[in-house]
Write a protein that binds this ligand. Structure first.
Ligand SMILES: Cc1cc2nc3c(=O)[nH]c(=O)nc-3n(C[C@H](O)[C@H](O)[C@H](O)COP(=O)(O)OP(=O)(O)OC[C@H]3O[C@@H](n4cnc5c(N)ncnc54)[C@H](O)[C@@H]3O)c2cc1C
Length: 457
């Protein structure tokens, strides 16, 4: 590829913080709050115009990963405080049953209220905020990250920090800092998707259809238990999807879809679209956006034509950007292996717990379900959040140092939020003590996390 040489430039160093969090998404908002509440002057830098990441931008069906298969709670602390605030504002029913039986419970969220509530919580914690500010570079002193460069309405500006937390999902900061990444040869990443929301659904008619066609659905409860619920979770519609593919209504072959219904408002979030793409390449993301937006229209038509109760439905919202399940994973000081997750491994330096099934989607497959269910939860240690080769940096969210099946479990939003609390607390402690992250007294960090409600064991 041809290159050009840019002119050297002077970039204003606007301010220096104790901690900067890059990416105000699922992990990032919790990391920023944890950092600020633990006494660090904290800046949160977000590329879009709102906080909440995938939960808000992707219109997630619900937040999951809060309990393991045995019913033991694995995420609490700051993430639960956020759920409590959502519940008291009427933006979520809290932990409700998973009707599909895939997991025990889930937390449906009103996405619009979520954006406002999470922004209020971050601002209340005293975090400084920058929106529309993608991170485009890092400041480094030898092998230590010492700040970030962003580009926004003010131009190109730099911010110094003792510790940077990379919560960009794609590990953009780690990439610009020259960190090593994990990769498995010949292994395409999980597909990208675009969730969408339909309005105008008659749930009574729809649930009648489900009751009469139980064999077409994965159900964890009797169909009678769905009647009268405010939030229903369905997984199926295989025969209709087959017919719609055969008659050309949809161009993507699927044998099931995930339906998360808000009964009172007649709405539902639909998870069915997919496209194989490398989410670290802008050209691939553009191709995905075009293909997925076409699929959204096709599947809306599919609902109108084939699903009882949805004849008059309409597209009421769609994800604001392509949803990414998997992209870069840093090479950390340790690696969470597939076997660690399958065997419920314990770590001395545990800072949170995971326990969601290994949810690994095949980019070319028709099914939604390739899950491996875990008997119990597993530890996630600090050493998989800390890069092997660069100081001053810690990551949280779906870019941690984990093998692919391990990440397919740990990427769930409840676990990502708990990572945020661990990373924010560790970063604040490292800044206050003036110590590199790997030299923190792990017992002290674990004690502070436990005092602040996090679950480590
Ligand atoms: C289609 C789909 C369906 C899913 N369904 C569920 C579900 O039902 N339940 C569930 O719990 N989980 C679900 N997940 C998984 C879960 O949503 C994500 O894995 C998790 O939210 C990732 O959290 P994160 O903090 O790593 O990233 P995100 O939440 O994506 O946050 C990253 C943030 O960083 C910002 N950012 C990115 N790059 C930059 C940059 N260079 N500079 C500044 N900011 C930047 C982004 O704008 C974003 O706000 C789903 C994922 C997908 C893709």
């Amino acid at each position: 590829m041809k290159t050009i040489t840019e002119a050297a430039r002077q970039t204003p160093l606007v301010e220096t913080y104790d901690v900067i969090v890059a990416g105000g998404g699922t992990a990032g908002v919790i990391a920023a709050i944890a950092s600020a509440r633990n006494g660090a002057r904290t800046l949160l830098v977000e590329r879009s115009g709102f906080l909440g990441g995938h939960i808000a931008s992707q219109l997630l069906e619900h937040s999951a990963g809060w309990f393991d298969a045995a019913g033991r709670r694995i995420v609490a602390g700051l993430p639960q405080e956020l759920v409590d605030r959502l519940v008291s504002a009427g933006a979520s029913p809290g932990h409700v049953r998973d009707d599909t039986g895939y997991t025990l419970s889930r937390v449906p969220v009103n996405h619009e209220m979520f954006k406002s509530i999470v922004t209020g919580m971050v601002a209340q914690a005293g975090v400084d905020l920058l929106f529309f500010s993608p991170v485009v570079g890092v400041l480094k002193d030898d092998d230590k990250v010492s700040g970030l460069i962003v580009e926004n309405k003010s131009g190109r500006t730099a911010y110094g920090a003792d510790v940077v937390i990379d919560c960009t999902g794609d590990a953009d900061v780690a990439e610009r800092a020259g960190c090593a990444f994990l990769s498995e040869a010949d292994a395409p990443t999980q597909p990208v998707s675009l969730l969408f929301k339909l309005g105008g659904i008659d749930h009574q008619a729809l649930l009648k259809h489900v009751a009469a066609n139980e064999q077409d659905f994965k159900l964890g409860v009797a169909t009678a238990a769905l009647v009268g619920e405010d939030h229903v979770n369905l997984w199926g519609f295989g025969p209709q999807l087959a017919r719609a593919f055969d008659d050309g209504t949809v161009s993507l072959k699927r044998n099931e879809l995930h339906y998360s219904g808000w009964v009172r408002s007649g709405e539902a979030v639909i998870n069915v679209t997919r496209f194989a793409a490398d989410a670290t390449r802008s050209e691939a993301l553009a191709e995905a956006e075009i293909a997925l937006r076409r699929q959204v229209l096709e599947f809306t038509e599919f609902f109108r034509r084939y699903i009882p109760g949805a004849q008059n439905c309409f597209l009421s919202a769609s994800a604001s950007c392509v949803g990414v399940r998997e992209s870069r994973r840093i090479k950390g000081r340790n690696i969470l292996t597939d076997n660690d997750v399958r065997t419920g491994r314990r770590f001395e330096d545990a800072v949170l717990r995971g326990g969601f099934p290994i949810d690994s989607h095949d980019p070319k497959g028709a099914s939604l379900d390739s899950a491996e269910h875990l008997a119990s939860g597993y530890d996630i240690p600090l050493s998989v959040l800390v890069p092997a080769d660069v100081d001053g940096l810690i990551v949280a969210g779906r870019c941690i140092s984990a093998e692919r099946k391990a990440l397919a479990s740990a990427r769930i939003s409840g676990t990502c939020m708990a990572m945020g609390q661990a990373a924010g607390t560790a970063a604040a402690m490292a800044s206050r003590l003036g110590k590199p992250l790997p030299t923190l007294d792990i017992g002290d960090l674990q004690r502070v996390l436990a005092e602040q409600g996090a679950i480590l064991r």
